[in-house]
Design a protein around this ligand. Sequence first.
Ligand code: AMP
Ligand code: GLY
Length: 445
Amino acid sequence: MNILLLGSGGREHAMACQLAASPKCTNLYVAPGNAGTAGMANHYGQTLVQNVAIEPTDFAAIHSFVIRHEISMVVVGPEAPLVAGIKDYFASNLTLRKVMVIGPSKQCAQLEGSKDYAKAFMQRHNIPTAAYRTFTTDTLKDGIAFLDTLKPPYVLKADGLAAGKGVLILPSLKEAKQELTSMLRDAKFGEASSKVVIEEYLDGVELSVFVLCDGKHYKILPTAKDYKRIGEGDTGLNTGGMGSVSPVFFADKQFMQKVEDRIVSPTVKGLYKEETPYKGFVFIGLMAVADPTTGELEPYVIEYNVRMGDPETESVFPRIKSDMVGLLEHVWRGNLQQTSLEIDPRAAACVMAVAEGYPGHYEKGQPINGIDDVDGSIVYHAGTRLDDQGRLLTNGGRVLCVTSLADSIPQALLKSYQELSKISWNGMYYRRDIGQDLLKMIVGH
Ligand code: AMP
Ligand code: GLY
């Protein structure tokens, strides 16, 4: 079959590798893709891989491309087309209706598009999450009074999508009140902060859990942890993600049973009851909080996303051995329970390399050297492009990552760092401490 994958990051390069490797895939088109997906043209045996210059939210262009190229499946990488309603666009058109769109409806995408919607959903379905209240400009005074009742640090979340910047964690009551005012009254994050969720602070360790859902049945994919801050020791500004490891050692059988019983199962049941069938990936950001009396780790939901994570996909997808196109067909047909998920028992570690200055201002167009010397690891491209002479150039903040599979996380990390050291460009930066927090926890265990 012919498949169209939307997106251009490392996540999409990792997804493209899995889709193209499937014997069911004849042509894989990536819109718009990057130099990594462009470079897949000669690597995937029977499958032809090609980039197409279409933006993931340009539904009219996607529509005509799907018809012209007889696309049977559209896999959506990022959230923007989902929040903009790509699933509904296909469902409301007689010719497009039969195309398998992997991703939820606009309504379900509100799980990611609105913090208030997500919190209310969790409350309705008794899913453990931090206690919260939502405020608007009209109720700013009540919001300030509510802050008076809480203990520091204070967590303020712009309701809408704010490019990963809409969550503030503030140490003092004074700052919390100032920021709440600036979000609600002065539209600090524009329309996104016309509503603000204030919630209880959860003290714990984060991890990401991914669920593939056909509307009713689901498969839990391998766990991962990502590293969001730019600086080592989790310092500095938030980024899209500087690396990831999979699996997360403390997410053992007992912990994952709690996650499944208290979070995954009620989430899928809730979606089934309330919405059009959710056919796609659910990304659950969790905080594992130690119970003060028993010391046992208890999972709480921090956020939902309606897509895979980036760079978590770059350590989760290479561990999936089952045929990805086959899995997604089961998702579309609603019979995911009839298939099994085969996971590579090895650990994966992904280290992301970024442009100097990222996540602030950075230069594009730096020549990248040494990629061909990488041996035994996978290079996933993110912000890269080829120039007219076929030279590889940087083309974004997050440029590329190296993922390695090995018998343990320390071995996988060692290999990724070894291979990454062969690559260079002017201003290349990466964190040297990916996974170290988990390794310290293991030692202290
Ligand atoms: P979110 O966009 O909701 O994932 O929040 C961004 C980041 O803020 C998360 O990855 C957490 O590190 C942190 N965070 C969000 N909510 C809380 C909370 N209730 N308690 C502690 N940290 C939080
Ligand atoms: N790695 C976090 C995200 O994709 O949102």
